[in-house]
Ligand binder design. Structure first.
Ligand SMILES: C[S@@+](CC[C@H](N)C(=O)[O-])C[C@H]1O[C@@H](n2cnc3c(N)ncnc32)[C@H](O)[C@@H]1O
Length: 276
């Protein structure tokens, strides 16, 4: 895994993300179902973003609570404004980096959706999760995995080699941590957690319109967009979409299909393992 010190931070736009993230929300709802909550748990949501998933969790925790953490102050500001403690007394948010968590046996469950592939060194993340869980606590996380959005990356490769864009991509390295399930299982074990399940799950993301596809790129493909001057963002996005649709045309209803691979990992902390 690359060195965490080299990890850049990105300027998330929470308002735009909130409007353009129905696919992530759908996947999060499916993941929440798998938690089989009893309603009494204390949950940590890592990389909670705009907070709508964390708020959904809070509604299912009538006698429990949930804390959402995210490294983006814009995301946390949005989450606090839209899901305030006055309306959600069992929900709170904090600006925190997944690599430097300092919780100590405070949670029954650690959850994360569509966030941790933004981190390229998962050792400190998993160690922080291990410390944050009570003995017998469990972790359920899902993120982009090995092979995620491969066709989009293939077209991006072509686009960034175009002389119009190539000048902005000097020394550009692959920015995401899209990992293999077997590698991940060994890292989970190395962090002192017992792996239960670790699998790569293919999923198709469908954007109903070109505008929706553009919204997804604009709000989440930040490592690429932040290389390009802002006034050219829309041109860059349109160029990528043109290339993609030439290779992978929309369906008869105009829907645009993206092959995604999600890495889903479930683990437990041993009942005999205490931080004390
Ligand atoms: C695509 S959003 C997902 C948000 C939410 N979990 C959802 O499913 O809609 C990814 C989030 O991960 C957060 N993130 C990226 N790197 C992080 C890190 N090192 N620590 C904490 N959050 C991080 C980003 O700030 C962003 O809000």
């Amino acid at each position: 895994m690359p060195d965490q010190d080299h990890q850049p931070t990105f300027r998330w736009n929470a308002t735009d993300y909130h409007r353009s993230s129905s696919a992530q929300q759908q996947w999060a709802s499916e993941l929440i179902q798998k938690l089989a909550l009893t309603g009494t748990e204390r949950v940590l949501d890592i990389g909670c973003g705009d907070g709508k998933i964390t708020a959904e969790l809070s509604q299912r925790l009538q006698k429990g609570s949930v804390v959402g953490v995210d490294s983006s102050p814009d995301m946390i500001g949005f989450a606090r404004t839209h899901f305030p403690q006055s309306g959600y007394p069992n929900l709170s948010f904090a600006v925190k980096d997944a690599r430097t968590l300092t919780f100590d046996e405070e949670f029954d469950i650690v959850f994360s959706n569509a966030a941790l592939h933004w981190v390229t060194d998962h050792h400190p993340v998993l160690e922080g999760i291990q410390r944050a869980l009570i003995p017998k606590g469990r972790m359920l996380i899902q993120m982009g995995g090995k092979g995620n959005a491969e066709q989009v990356f293939r077209e991006l490769e072509v686009v960034v080699q175009n002389p119009r864009w190539s000048r902005y991509f000097d020394n550009f390295g692959f920015p995401y941590g899209f990992f293999d399930n077997e590698d991940y299982r060994s890292w989970v074990r190395a962090a002192g957690l017992d792996p239960v399940r670790s699998e790569l799950i293919p999923k198709i993301m469908v954007h109903a319109t070109r505008t929706d596809f553009a919204g997804w790129i604009r709000t989440t493909w930040l490592p690429y967009l932040e290389r390009v001057p802002e006034p050219l963002h829309q041109d860059f996005i349109e160029d990528l979409i043109d290339h993609y649709l030439l290779m992978y045309p929309a369906d008869t209803l105009g829907g645009i299909h993206i092959g995604m691979i999600r890495l889903e990992v479930e683990a437990r902390k041993s009942p005999f393992c205490s931080n004390i």
